[in-house]
Design a binder for this molecule. Structure first.
Ligand code: ES4
Ligand code: ZN
Length: 330
């Protein structure tokens, strides 16, 4: 409990956050009503009660269904603005935000609508409060590489217009059976284009997927990466290179990647010298924003004040800002 105040006071960065995963049930219902979209739930409580997941896929099914209420630029704006307000309450100063255009273009929403709504909210927060942000466009790995290429082609005409925000490319959705190698060519193209590269790996998938993300996709951060622990040589490499892992404790608990927070390997990863960061992933679905994620590991793993501080420092070091801008966050 003494650590809770320390955690709340720390300036933090958030590096693993799916904007569609910040859609709270209350806003989902409000947008459903605004857009005349039917939801298969009687109430907010009814919907929240359905957030009982057994694995990644059982969550993704609800996450994609929930995103169906997002129709207009204003919807994307409102969702992003609500996330920013919640992040600021946790003293998050800078957020690098995933968005999944394919979830929306598949439903006939123009990709320009998605970019415009998210970016407008991020720019308003930057102007108003100096809240820092980056957009990371993520490909859905259960879809084909051809589909990812088509998404990249559709987004590239928007690059100049969003050059202040859209810096990165990510890879998310169903991990097992969709290894990094499936996206080798599209990542090579994104690399030529000068994007910063990250990918989800080693959440449900094996350590080999982390190696694939590093060696085949050439990513600079690994999203999740907790299963890296199964490969001692990979652990040594991650420690030596200080490759950041964006770990999401409450996500891991809710998706049954760990069965108890006391069994989470975050402290062991940190002790092994890895650049571990703490993040909230899909906070509307997993029951907590940044400080709740810090509190959960601090309490369950008996972290010291120094360890908590190290996690927050790692988050600043691992972000996409220049060294000069990072220094203003420390
Ligand atoms: C995700 Cl936790 C997680 N893993 C993979 N893909 C995702 N998309 C949204 N949340
Ligand atoms: Zn994620």
């Amino acid at each position: 409990a003494a650590l809770d105040g320390f955690i709340a006071g720390l300036p933090k960065t958030e590096l693993h956050l799916h904007i569609e995963g910040t859609l709270e049930p209350e806003l989902m219902f409000a947008l459903a009503q605004r857009n005349n979209v039917a939801l298969p739930y009687a109430s907010v409580d009814d919907l929240r009660a359905a957030y009982n997941f057994s694995d990644l896929q059982s969550f993704l099914d609800l996450y994609y269904a929930g995103a169906n209420v997002l129709r207009t630029e204003q919807d994307f704006y409102d969702m992003t603005a609500a996330y920013i307000a919640r992040a600021q309450a946790d003293n998050v100063r800078h957020a690098e935000i995933f968005f999944d255009p394919q979830t929306h273009t598949e439903r006939g929403i123009p990709i320009a609508t998605v970019f415009a709504g998210i970016a407008a909210a991020l720019r308003d927060a930057r102007r108003r409060d100096g809240f820092g942000s980056v957009m990371i466009m993520s490909f859905l790995r259960h879809l084909s590489e051809e589909d990812a290429f088509a998404t990249l082609e559709a987004a590239l005409p928007l690059r100049e217009q969003y050059a202040d925000l859209w810096l990165g490319i990510g890879l998310d959705s169903s991990e097992r059976g969709n290894p990094p190698e499936k996206f080798e060519r599209v990542y090579a193209r994104c690399r030529e284009l000068g994007f910063r590269l990250v990918a989800h790996a080693g959440e449900e998938g094996p350590a080999a997927y982390v190696i694939g993300a590093l060696d085949v996709l050439h990513v600079e951060r690994i999203d999740h990466g907790v299963r890296s622990e199964e490969d001692p040589a990979l652990m040594q490499r991650l420690a030596q290179q200080r490759t950041p892992l964006t770990v999401c404790p409450l996500s891991n608990l809710k998706l049954c990647v760990v069965k108890d927070m006391a069994e989470h390997n975050l402290a062991r990863l940190l002790d092994a010298g890895l650049a571990v960061t703490v993040n909230s992933d899909d906070p509307a679905y997993f029951g907590g924003y940044m400080n709740a994620n810090y509190h959960a590991v601090a309490r369950s793993l008996n972290l010291s004040r120094e360890q908590v501080l190290q996690l927050a420092r790692n988050g600043i070091d691992a972000c996409f800002l220049s060294d000069e801008d990072k220094a203003t966050l420390h």
